[in-house]
Ligand binder design. Sequence first.
Ligand code: 4GX
Length: 264
Amino acid sequence: MRFGVITLFPELVQALGTGGITARAMARELISVSCRNTRDFTEDRPSSVDERPYGGGPGMVMSAQPLCAATRAAREAMAEGADGAAGAAVHTVYLTPQGRRFDQARARELAQHDALLLVCGRYEGVDERFIASDVDEELSLGDFVLSGGELPTMAVIEAITRLLPGALGHEDSAVEDSFSGALLDCPHFTRPEEFEGRKVPEVLLSGDHAAIRDWRAEQALVRTVERRPDLIRNAVLTSVQREQLERVRQQREQGVNPNWEREQ
Ligand code: 4GX
């Protein structure tokens, strides 16, 4: 997968190459990340990437011209393809709180592209005509306000990279499967058996693999009911999970805490 990034802070995005799974994927040539600085594409007033908004109001708006020029240069270079062949499709994404919410399902879909171009805005936003002319899709990481699209871009790149074959060790590859079940993960424990008075749940020490599997499935349900009930409504549950869910709900109604901490 080839990633292109349009940004005023390329050094921030290039940090993806300094460690972790993205750095490893670059070394293995599973991904490449090529950054272009928007400032290098200004035409009129040298190095001016932002202007005051038409209609007044606070803050600045990024001009369409340098963003269009940078995006088109990147798209042309990326369309050449890894093998130099012309015509590869480049999907262009703009990160903004106004976008459609990014999630694991969207990461899986985006991982199918050969070339992804991510555009980072700063200030109060970008001239809407850049989005109209050059952006295929607007994505949001969530309902909060950052100062630029760089951190969302890095998050999107990492989420996609870990889905690419060969990017993760075998030991990690099950982790995303648990999320594709559309429930939160169960709690995890490692040595020692007791830490600051808190004990590891008995069942995990029992060696009874079926009991452990059921307990983990139930604790995943408990957490999801407690923290993200919205996920339960859309989840596809097995018949065992439906029984567990029913029991968890009854316990909660009777004021019994189904959470592992009750055991303490
Ligand atoms: N999920 N930001 C975009 C510039 C901006 C401001 C206003 C359009 C309108 C964000 C997020 C995010 C910060 C990226 C502001 N663009 N991006 N940038 N939350 O907060 O994706």
